[in-house]
Design a protein around this ligand. Structure first.
Ligand code: 3H9
Length: 657
């Protein structure tokens, strides 16, 4: 079957793009569409054309795997111009996701009809690019300029209802998209063609002050990402210039950005995120049934996991130690789902349905039917083992037992039950219903179908599931410990916590390590350090500053003081002279003569620590690839995406600036 085929019936040509999995606009699709324009123009029996896609989605964009290679003709910008210049009206019939080049093709069409669940967007910024086939030029000529700028700069797609409201779609189909599109095409057949978008004036013209505000607010969220800044500029130019001149500007920016190392980094991560969960050894392994999941513990993590499970359609039973704790846990779940209603993510009815699938109990017997249990109890080996013993007697013998531990030895936990092949680690990140990362920890004796079920769960939850071997901290927390230690050294040696945090933010992290610890709570790390104290190598350098803060009850934001001082209710800390005194005192105690650190040296040291720990993790087989480490650090630890992750950055020889 060719990538594009044409069926003509009763004067309407239906041009179908069929290029699985996502109808990317590779060469065969581009030339197929260009041929379809020529053919339908020539065919006197054709009065209107419907452009539709087979399979799960409308065209999801240019074929990213062709990027970086010479682009064979016809190029996408020309294909869009050809559709726009067609002599018969073209109607784009959109289902699934019309993204990037896909939406640009739809903008070349004279009309657009959208399936009620369709999403439309231009996500090129996430690949370090801007739309390159007229998106920045045609969008503000069909939707208000502020909306166009927002779509191009954030890459966030909009739904069918909004597309209709802002003018991006002309019709919505609630049933049979193909039939509705043909009916629409029949209606407009023979009528004069609307003026080509590229020849029109923008929908509105914000004055300088208004544009300044729109652009300023979008650019302020760029955090060092070039494509966002260039995207906003390109829309500004597209509004200022006539359409044809604007297309040339857009093309130049697109070409420049294609050569920008940031784009290479973002494309690396795009493919890494999609390949990281594919495990060769699990090919053909049939996963176990997964309908009903138990969650042990209703704290922040347990409740977040329960919400994630419910939202993916699973039935959930939560276990807590007593009625009060259970009520609190259930309340957390209900509240989180209510917040999702308020944010428009689910309807109030949907929330009710989800809550019907949510059972709470203080008795492990309620787990007799579950297919999988995830424990999210206190991070202590003794407590975990008690829970696993109870799980073993309460659950079916084929139920999978998962621990959400972030540091503990999953092999030791597995060995505590009679059938260790049922046990694996599922390390979620908080808030568990929001964060995309899931480390799937593989103890030595885990059965293949248990592991495969873990990956099925990851997919159901919409997470990026990264396999990790057993070690202290797995991939992410182990690297975090390594670079936190490096930061502690630097602070004792003379860098201030705020200098370290500022350097990290300038590099592109959303916050620095010390502000992050204050947000998460210093007590957690303190407990872990006390646990490890007996086995710590006495010859290894140990920085006791954080312990001193904890001894004073300074656990971070929640106590108003940590590495920083938080005046009444503030979420932004300010430097605290007491912390400086403690640091100076520790340095003096250890005979350290403090010195100045530049931001560059700080980042060199942090990245050096990340990369050498990452290399050790690779050498030990804890991570399957350097790309897996990049995916973890970007999705769980705030590493700037546009730098491609620490391993990629090191390999590409990126500068810190
Ligand atoms: C662009 O359009 C530039 C133009 O402005 C100008 C040009 C001149 N190309 O994500 P999934 C593969 S830039 C090639 O797991 P989902 C993907 O690698 C583009 N391959 O599925 C995976 O392969 P595999 C702007 C692509 O259902 C398979 O498809 N567009 C492309 O979770 C399934 O993908 C975008 O940035 C592509 N464009 O999500 C959209 N897209 O099975 C990028 C996907 O071998 N794509 N693949 O691992 C997406 O956001 C998601 O894939 C989508 C489906 C939402 C479509």
């Amino acid at each position: 079957m060719s990538a594009v085929h044409i069926d003509v019936l009763d004067g309407i040509a239906v041009v179908t793009v069929d290029n699985p999995p996502v109808n990317a606009l590779g060469h065969a699709v581009r030339s197929g569409i260009a041929d379809a324009v020529a053919q339908t123009d020539k065919d006197a029996s054709v009065q209107a054309v419907v452009l539709i896609a087979a399979g799960r989605t409308f065209m999801a964009g240019a074929d990213i795997s062709e990027f970086g290679k010479p682009m064979a003709d016809p190029g996408l910008p020309d294909v869009v111009l050809q559709i726009e210049a067609a002599q018969k009206p073209w109607v784009a019939a959109i289902h699934g996701t019309a993204l990037g080049g896909g939406l640009e093709v739809a903008l070349g069409c004279h009309y657009r009809i959208v399936d009620a669940r369709a999403k439309l967007g231009v996500p090129e910024v996430h690949l370090g690019l801007i739309p390159g086939a007229g998106g920045t030029v045609r969008l503000p000529r069909v939707v208000p300029v502020a909306k166009a700028a927002e779509m191009v700069a954030t890459g966030r797609p909009i739904g069918a209802a909004e597309a209709l409201q802002v003018g991006l779609a002309d019709r919505k189909s609630d049933g049979d998209l193909r039939a509705d599109a043909i009916a629409f095409a029949t209606e407009i057949a023979g009528k004069p063609l609307p003026e080509a978008l590229v020849k029109r004036a923008p929908v509105d013209a914000p004055d300088d002050a208004a544009w300044h505000e729109i652009a300023g607010s979008l650019v302020s969220k760029a955090r060092g990402q070039n494509s966002v800044i260039r995207a906003v500029d390109a829309v500004g130019e597209a509004v200022r210039l006539d359409g044809v001149a604007a297309l040339a500007v857009e093309r130049q920016v697109f070409t420049d950005l294609m050569a920008d190392p940031q784009s290479a980094a973002l494309r690396h991560i795009f493919f890494a995120e999609r390949s990281v969960s594919k495990i060769n050894s699990l090919k053909g392994v049939v996963p176990r049934k997964l309908d009903h999941v138990g969650v042990i513990g209703g704290g922040t993590m347990g409740a977040g996991i329960a919400v994630a499970l419910l939202l993916s359609g699973l039935q959930v039973t939560m276990i807590e130690r007593d009625e009060d704790a259970l009520a609190t846990g259930q309340g957390r779940v209900a509240d989180t789902l209510m917040a999702s209603v308020k944010r428009g993510l689910i309807s109030p009815d949907k929330r009710e349905v989800l809550l019907q699938g949510f059972i709470g109990s203080t008795n492990y017997d309620a787990l007799e039917d579950v297919d999988l249990v995830i424990e999210a109890v206190f991070e202590d080996m003794g407590v975990k083992k008690q829970v696993f013993a109870a799980l073993e007697s309460a659950t079916r013998a084929d139920a999978i037992l998962a621990t959400n531990t972030s540091y503990l030895d999953v092999n030791e936990i597995a060995a505590s039950v009679s059938d260790p092949s049922r046990v694996l680690g599922l390390h979620f990140f908080s808030p568990a219903h929001v964060m995309k990362l899931l480390e799937i920890v593989r103890p030595d004796q885990v059965a293949d179908d248990v592991l495969a079920t873990g990956f099925v769960l990851g997919k159901m939850l919409g997470k990026i599931a990264v396999p990790a071997g057993v070690c202290d901290g797995f991939i992410g927390n182990r690297i975090l410990s390594a670079y936190r230690r490096e930061c502690d050294y630097m602070v004792e040696d003379g860098a201030t916590p705020q200098e370290v945090d500022t350097a990290m933010k300038a590099y592109g992290f959303p916050m620095g390590i010390f502000a992050m610890q204050d947000m998460a709570g210093l007590d957690i790390g303190w407990a872990a350090r006390k646990r490890r104290a007996p086995t710590r190598d006495p010859k290894e350098r140990y920085v006791a500053i954080a312990d001193r803060l904890c001894e004073l009850g300074r656990f971070g934001q929640k106590t108003g003081d940590g590495w920083y001082h938080y005046p009444e209710g503030a979420r932004r800390g300010e430097p605290d002279p007491l912390v400086s005194e403690i640091i100076a005192d520790e340095a003096a105690k250890n005979g350290i003569k403090q010195r100045d650190f530049s931001a560059e040296e700080i980042m060199d040291r942090i990245l050096g620590a990340m990369v050498s720990e990452g290399q050790a993790i690779l050498d030990e087989g804890i991570a399957a690839s350097a790309a897996a480490i990049d995916v973890v650090m970007i999705n769980g630890y705030g590493f700037p995406r546009w730098r491609g992750g620490p391993m990629f950055a090191a390999q590409a020889g990126q500068k810190n600036g």
